[in-house]
Design a protein around this ligand. Structure first.
Ligand code: SDX
Length: 410
């Protein structure tokens, strides 16, 4: 009996082995339309979109057919948010309706303020933001609906609340009282007012509004992709945005702006740049605020943000920080420009935010106050022709099927 059983098992194993070996060894098996492996999905087209276009070789960024420069000169964050979401510039009454919708939804409840106060300082501000958005989702009546209208309503509601949440995080970190949104103010005016408790100058407000506009959307960046993967499973918009916030936190992505400023300030002066950056490059460190998966030339957004950093630091103690940054840019372009490594949007943005009065731990949440529109716009667009994201991986593990060895015999 025992032997028979053994033969039987052995023969089954052999058959399994043959099947697997056939399958395993035959790694050249490529189901139809499979693409070769590309690390970090570099160069892989994962969706089709009408929302935005990046020309990484010419340094162009286009939102719904409008060059970013013309929007910065003529538009506002709210108008551009409408453009990204609905595909065209709004009429006056459409814009008024849209901004009213945002104002009606810009408050958060006491429990959410309490959560923000309770977790302030426990971990990074992006963790607070992720928690706050997720918490709001737990008591949304729409939270488990998957129809387009419900997802859109959740998306607009999160866009509306983002400045209130980030301003509350800033106030909680500084042990200050919370400030409710003022319905007479615009999206950016309110964000500044709720953050600082006062109205900022027209120039500062205009510059921050343009920076929010510049960061609003940027193709299939990691946080947008993360958000789209979640929405593609027909999970809810709060879950999708929580995923986007989680991805944006990383230093290789949205977290670079905070680290770039800290690096510039730690170097301290233009004279120290060659030695400091040279040493970092020698030790293969990534210089925060430089390089890009798509741009192999100067990030068009960084060109604009650099002018804001120049404008805002003139005659202030931050001027030396700006001059140090300029020196780092010159040094890096000289060393790595030939490899397509130039300043990206995160290099000068921290200097501008700091000059406005924000501390570095708020820089990435500010990025989220802007990118929330890109996340929602792309999630909603994807839902109109949804297909769950499910790429494959190339198996490079064991090629032989192994027999299980009981633990006492290992
Ligand atoms: C954002 O995707 C988006 O659109 C993002 C964003 C958006 O709006 O959503 O634009 C916002 O995230 C901007 C990027 C912010 N991150 C940083 O500034 C972090 C520093 N940058 C790098 O980590 C890097 O450049 C990435 C992550 C931005 C891009 O990485 P890639 O495309 O995977 O490039 P890589 O790491 O494979 O580098 C290629 C080569 C390497 O050298 P070799 O090994 O070939 O010799 O370039 C070198 C890298 O070492 N390199 C750098 C560098 N970036 C690339 N060397 C020094 N410093 C750098 N910053």
């Amino acid at each position: 009996m025992q032997e028979e059983k053994l033969t039987d098992t052995a023969s089954r194993l052999l058959v399994i082995n043959l099947i697997f070996r056939e399958g395993m060894l035959n790694r050249s098996y490529m189901p139809e339309n499979e693409v070769n492996f590309s690390r970090g999905l570099e160069g892989v087209i994962a969706s089709q979109t009408k929302i935005g276009y990046i020309d990484g070789l010419k340094g162009h960024l286009v939102y719904r057919g409008y060059e970013i420069n013309s929007l910065v000169e003529n538009s506002t964050y709210e108008e551009t948010a409408y453009l990204l979401l609905y595909g065209r510039l709004p009429t006056r009454s459409e814009l008024d309706d849209f901004t009213s919708k945002l104002k009606e939804r810009s408050s958060i409840n006491k429990e959410t303020y309490d959560v923000i106060r309770r977790i302030a300082g426990l971990s990074h501000t992006m963790s607070s933001l992720r928690t706050a958005v997720s918490y709001i989702g737990t008591h949304s009546k729409l939270g488990d609906k998957t129809d387009y209208e419900s997802q859109e309503e959740m998306g607009i509601s999160i866009i509306a609340k983002m400045p209130t949440i980030v301003a509350a995080i800033k106030r909680a970190v500084n042990n200050e009282d919370f400030i409710e949104p003022d319905p007479s103010l615009s999206y950016t005016e309110n964000f500044l007012y709720q953050s600082f408790g006062e109205r900022k100058s027209k120039e500062v407000t205009r510059i921050l509004d343009s920076m929010l506009l510049l960061h609003a959307d940027h193709g299939m960046n990691a946080s947008t992709f993360a958000s789209m993967v979640v929405i593609s499973t027909l999970s809810d918009m709060y879950s999708a945005i929580t995923a986007g916030i989680s991805a944006l936190k990383g230093p290789l992505h949205g977290g670079a702006n905070e680290r770039a400023l800290k690096m510039i300030m730690s170097i301290g002066s233009p004279e120290k740049v060659p030695e400091a950056i040279g040493r970092m490059l020698e030790s293969k460190e990534k210089i925060m605020g430089f390089g890009h998966r798509v741009y192999k030339v100067y990030d068009p957004r960084a060109k604009i943000v650099k002018t804001y950093a120049d404008q805002l630091t003139k005659g202030t103690p931050l001027r030396k920080v700006y001059e140090t940054a300029i020196k780092i840019e010159d040094y890096m372009i000289e060393r790595l420009g030939s490899k397509g490594i130039f300043p990206n949007v995160d290099f000068y943005s921290g200097i501008a935010y700091k000059a406005i009065g924000f501390e570095p731990e708020l820089f990435t949440p500010i990025f989220a106050v802007s990118r929330i529109t890109g996340w929602v716009a792309r999630d909603l667009e994807y839902l109109t022709n949804n297909r769950i994201f499910r790429p494959r991986s190339e198996y490079i593990g064991e090629s032989e099927i192994k027999s299980y060895i009981p633990i006492e015999r290992r």
